[in-house]
Structures are given as C-alpha cells and as structure tokens.
Design a protein around this ligand. Structure first.
Ligand code: NAD
Ligand code: ZN
Length: 365
C-alpha cells in the first residue's frame, strides 16, 4: 500500500553526473498553494549544469534535487486560502517565490530578495515531475489560445523581458545581442516586440544564427571572439566595428550580452554607442579583464540582470495577443519517461529548446 503512494515520477539530480528518474511521494498543497498536474517543462542550461557539475557558483547541491523551472500545468487541487484558481485551470508557473516581505519585495524587485525560493536552485526542488505544489500567487492562468508549451516558455521569455526593460529598449532602438542561444533568442523576440528598429545578433554557430534570422533578426554576424576562428573573424574591436557597419555606420544604443564570454563582454562595451546601455545577462567567469575605462569615458551604463520580476502577466498578454511567437524555439519533445535522453540531447547542444511532456495522456504542445 505504501508503494502505491510513490507514483510521482520526477527527474532528480543526486550528484554531478548522476541524474535519475525516480518515483517520489505525491505532494499535498498548503493553504496558499495549489497542486498541479504538470504538462510541459522545458530544459534550461542551468538544469544541465547542475547535472554535469552538481553546482552553479555558490549554489551547491547538498541533497538530491528535482530539476526543472520552465513549467506549465493544470490545477488539480487548491489550498483552503486560494481564491483565484480552481481545479481545471491551466497555468504558467513563476518559479521564484519570495519567502519574506523584505525591502526588495516592497519596492517591487523581489528577484533580488536573498531568501527567495527558486525551483531547482539548491536546496529548492523544481517542477520536472508529474505532480507538483506551488504558491498559488505565482501561478498565472493561461488564456485558451496560449498552449502549455508557450506557458512554460514564459520563463525564458521573462529573462528577455527583464533584460530589455533594464536596457530601456523602445520604439526605434538599435540593439546588439551577443549570443543566439535560447536566452539571446528570447531577447531578440522581446526587443523586436518592444519596437526595436534593428537588431544585430552574433554567435559562433551558423545554425543558431539561422534560427535567429527565422525569429526576426535584421542582421546576423558570425563571431570569432575567443574562439579558434578569431584569427580570421577578428577580436572584440573588430566585432564592434562589424556591428556598427550592419547598422549603417551607427553603433547600437543598447547591447544585450547573452554568452558570459569575456571576449563578448569586451565586444559589447566597444560596440555600444556613447551614452548607451549594456546589460549583462550571460553568466561567465567571476573575474574578467574588461575595457572599463572605455565604458567610463563614453558613459556606457553597464547594468546587471538577475532572472526577472513582474513579467508573467505581460508575457502571457504578449503571447495571447500573438505579438510575440515563442513556438519556433521548441525543437525537441520527449515524454517524461525518456527524460534522461532529453537531457543528453540538451547537453550536446542540439536544437534550441527541449520540452518534456509530463502528462502521458496529453503530449500535445
Ligand atoms: P547557451 O549556452 O545555449 O547560449 C550561449 C550562446 O552563446 C551559444 O549559442 C554560443 O555559441 C554563444 N557564444 C559563446 N561564445 C561566444 C562568442 N565568443 N561569440 C559569440 N557567441 C558566443 O546559453 P543560454 O541558455 O542561451 O544562456 C545564455 C547565458 O545567459 C548563459 O551564460 C546563462 O547562464 C545566462 N542566463 C542568465 C540569466 C540571468 O538571470 N542573468 C538567466 C538565464 C540564463
Ligand atoms: Zn533557466
């Protein structure tokens, strides 16, 4: 009888290089929580990183942890105090839930709250499982014309929204994006959605640049910065010059760095117009050598980006209005039972977004 309760198939990382599909207990929602039957969960680079290294910077795996934080599902039970959701509601899940009402929360920047709960960041479990409980206030109802996969993609899309807001993208902006991985691509989608006139995007991979073109990039540039191809394609200052050339000789107002590579941060500083803004989304080495005096004397504002805050309602509205289309980001789908294979495909850098279908009775998008 005890075994019967263990029917919650979950993707759990035990330690570096040790990923398992295990049956965990069915969770019970607290008064302010909902129980969700998970539908679609995207795999993020950070999930793969915890699997490969057992840590990301100061976040170190101490105990087995369920992965996953890009998720959507259906409400199947609600806690006693929940009033805005009912069983049957389809929702997108915001994975970061503040634990205390500190100064960061009070001023709206709750992503900076140091004690925040965050799915699949140790010690907090993620949502890559069949049944999952989450704070009801951080579950957002999906309109009928927004699919579960689009709901799951609100998470990476939110990184793009927050980055573009921090960068001040607006009507007519000229934008340079470094990196055409999932995050660079969502920044591209959001920048175009916010009215950017021209977006130039760079990557080492011509395949990823082809995807960027498909998603609306005005110009794509193959990068050599920091790679073996550097000799032929040039260094950071050459990249900055090529970016301005694409834009008809005008440097971009805004650069969005989405690789974390030192050479790319350097190129982003050189590329940004005097008085412009560079936002750092990519997470690379702790210390970097940067042309900081160049940024200082040209008044290039360098701003950090940490996840997002206050983005889910806007993202869902953008998707429902069809103003932004995230569906082409999904290149692979696997049932939950094949999750280990899905992680291997992601690790190999194949495609863009790999989706896990957690409901064996509904594997539609
Ligand atoms: P990714 O690894 O899939 O994409 C990075 C892309 O950068 C790749 O396509 C790669 O080819 C390209 N690249 C690497 N070196 C390059 C170079 N020298 N020139 C041009 N392109 C280069 O990763 P992702 O999922 O797209 O995430 C991008 C970055 O954003 C990562 O560093 C990740 O940790 C970070 N991230 C930050 C936040 C945040 O809150 N700030 C949130 C999510 C992800
Ligand atoms: Zn992520």
């Amino acid at each position: 009888h005890e075994m019967a309760a263990l029917n919650n198939t979950s993707v759990v990382v035990y330690a570096a290089k040790d990923l398992r599909l295990v049956n965990r207990e069915m969770p019970v929602p607290g008064p302010n929580e909902v129980l969700l039957k998970m539908h679609s969960v995207g795999i993020c680079g950070s999930d793969v990183h915890y699997w490969q290294h057992g840590r990301i910077g100061d976040f170190v795996l101490q105990e087995p942890m369920v992965l996953g934080h890009e998720a959507a599902g259906t409400v199947c039970a609600v806690g006693a105090s929940v009033t805005h959701l009912v069983p049957g509601d389809r929702v997108a899940i915001e994975p970061g839930v503040p634990r205390e009402n500190d100064e960061f929360c009070k001023n709206g920047r709750y992503n900076l709250s140091p004690s925040i709960f965050f799915c699949a960041t140790p010690p907090d479990h993620g949502s890559l499982c069949r049944y999952y409980t989450h704070s009801a206030s951080f579950c957002y109802k999906l309109p009928d014309n927004v699919s579960y996969e689009e709901g799951a993609l609100v998470e990476p899309l939110s990184v793009g929204i927050h980055a573009c807001r921090r960068a001040g993208v607006s009507l007519g902006s000229y934008v340079f994006i470094c990196g055409a991985g999932p995050i660079g691509l969502v920044c591209l989608l959001v920048a175009k959605g916010m009215g950017a006139a021209k977006v130039v995007i760079t990557d080492l991979s011509s395949e990823r640049l082809a995807k960027a073109r498909e998603l609306g990039a005005d110009f794509v540039l193959l990068s050599g910065a920091g790679s073996e191809a550097e000799a032929s394609l040039g260094g950071p200052q050459d990249m900055a010059r090529r970016v301005a050339e694409c834009l008809g000789g005008t440097p971009p107002d805004i650069s969005i760095e989405c690789t974390g590579a030192e050479a790319c941060v350097q190129a982003s500083i050189y590329a940004t117009r005097s008085g412009g803004v560079l936002v750092l989304v990519g997470m690379g080495p702790k210390l970097m050598t940067l042309p900081i005096l160049n940024a200082a004397v040209r008044e290039v504002d360098i701003r950090g980006v940490f996840r997002y805050c206050n983005t889910w309602p806007m993202a869902i509205a953008m998707l429902a209005s069809r103003h932004v289309d995230v569906q082409p980001l999904v290149t692979h789908r696997f049932p939950l039972s094949s999750a280990l294979e899905a992680f291997e495909v992601t690790r190999q850098g194949k495609g863009i977004k790999v989706m896990i279908k957690c409901d064996p009775d509904d594997e539609q998008p």
